[in-house]
Design a protein around this ligand. Structure first.
Ligand code: NAD
Ligand code: MG
Length: 411
């Protein structure tokens, strides 16, 4: 009997929430998967610990100082792992000839170049980094079409939709799809008085009722920009138009999304809210492997609720829909302005309710341009970030000396 070759896996963003869950799944299947590279921005101690456990060929950090620090730690532990740094290092490990699978789990726009490098190199790419698809959708999907890469969604909703569609799936119409129903929990502030939202703290925003995630996506979930980004992500991934997708609020996060067919059938993918399920699904696809996630107990769960999203409470949903309808660079601008506003909120420099205000102001002030290539994407991203910083500064100036600065938090 011939054993299948061990798959070499590169985990981009291995110290993050998705990265750690990925390593948990990989560790359950040492005969099937081997870790080729691990990467982190700056958490050297955690990355060194992961290297001790998985003994990868490469480890990548963001700058040379951190690289030297990591190299010393690894040498002291007697490991031969080679340390690289910067975007060039990330792209090198994501596209290395030995690599079979790339988990794209860097957060934000920083994930774009390494994820594209993996796509261009024809890897099996497990996409958690939704921002890279949102900011460069048409370019990203074109690169995918031109390469032999296979893209598998890790976002639980998109993984659920993928599982509810036929494979391979050409057009939604040919598959008999009437609607994609993108579910979302509504986050921690679904029922909070709207008047109280301007005072919520970063820790409150990051306390998601069902999921444990990194801080940026947790804030996105609290503003529902996460669902907005996912709406755009779904348009690109499934070649859907905005009219093909409805957002449904489902507070328990047991159904991870659904596909409604022309004949009245509604297929849902369900499971306990634990990212190891979509990670294991995508890693092993089309086979199934153990993920460590306990089976869903429907009787203990008891009930599943659904409601329509409240776009007055969550203006980010509307902004995301406007961005995908505008096309071109509009989603790039939305994503960049959101990243700047969320960072300011997490740093205590911006009120929660001012996040959509900053994004809307930036979107209204920048002309939509065509995304002709990666440089155009990065230029649109830079311009939007600069304008978002200027908008933050003008909010601060407007608030200076006044007792009433609702859009700012005290520094
Ligand atoms: P996280 O903040 O926990 O981890 C981010 C990882 O990216 C870390 O390893 C960090 O070191 C690395 N990183 C951050 N900035 C970097 C930079 N400039 N250069 C290189 N590396 C950098 O985030 P997360 O919650 O794991 O989310 C990762 C991605 O997955 C995000 O795009 C998020 O939207 C998506 N996602 C996450 C979840 C979840 O449950 N956490 C679910 C669906 C999708
Ligand atoms: Mg999701």
């Amino acid at each position: 009997m011939q054993f299948p070759a061990v798959q070499q896996v590169c985990v981009l963003g291995s110290t993050g929430s998705i990265g750690v869950s990925t390593l948990d799944v990989l560790a359950r299947h040492p005969a099937q998967y081997s870790v080729f590279a691990l990467t982190a921005r700056e958490r050297v101690a955690e990355l060194a610990e992961q290297c001790r456990q998985f003994n990868p060929r490469y480890a990548v950090v963001l700058d040379e100082g951190k690289a030297a620090e990591l190299q010393r730690e690894l040498a002291a532990a007697g490991l031969a792992t080679e340390v690289l740094c910067g975007v060039a290092g990330l792209c090198q490990v994501a596209s290395a000839g030995e690599v079979d699978v790339v988990m794209a789990a860097i957060v934000g726009a920083a994930g774009l170049r390494p994820t594209l490098a993996a796509v261009n190199a024809g890897k099996k790419v497990l996409l958690a980094n939704k921002e890279s698809l949102v900011m460069a959708g048409p370019l990203f999907m074109e690169a995918l079409a031109q390469s032999s890469a296979q893209l598998l969604p890790i976002d639980s909703e998109h993984n659920a939709i993928f599982q509810c569609l036929p494979y391979p799936c050409g057009s939604l119409a040919e598959a008999g799809v009437a609607k994609i129903l993108l579910t979302g929990s509504g986050g921690p502030f679904r029922e909070r008085d709207i008047e109280d939202l301007s005072d919520v703290t970063p820790d409150e925003a990051c306390a998601h009722p069902n999921w444990s995630m990194g801080r940026k996506i947790s804030v996105d979930s609290a503003t529902m920009m996460n669902k907005g980004l996912e709406f755009i992500e779904a348009c690109y991934l499934f070649h859907a138009s905005p009219q093909d997708i409805d957002v449904v609020v489902h507070p328990q996060s047991i159904i991870h999304s659904m596909v409604q067919y022309r004949d009245g059938s509604l297929l849902a993918q369900m499971g306990n809210p634990d990212m190891r399920t979509p990670i294991a699904h995508a890693l092993a696809f089309p086979e199934r492997i153990d993920s460590g996630v306990p089976a869903l107990d429907l009787v203990a769960q008891g009930r599943l609720d659904f409601e329509a999203p409240d776009e007055v409470r969550f203006p980010c949903l509307r902004l995301a829909r406007e961005a995908i309808l505008a096309g071109g660079s509009a989603p790039t601008v939305l994503n960049a302005a959101n990243e700047v506003a969320v960072e300011a909120f997490l740093d205590g420099r911006l009120a929660f309710t001012a996040i959509p205000q900053v994004i809307e102001e930036v979107m209204n002030s920048i002309d939509v341009v065509e995304l002709t290539g990666l440089n155009a994407v990065e230029l649109a991203d830079r311009n939007a970030r600069q304008l978002a910083h200027e908008t933050l500064n003008s909010l601060h100036e407007a608030g200076a000396g006044s007792d009433e600065t609702p859009e700012l938090r005290s520094m």
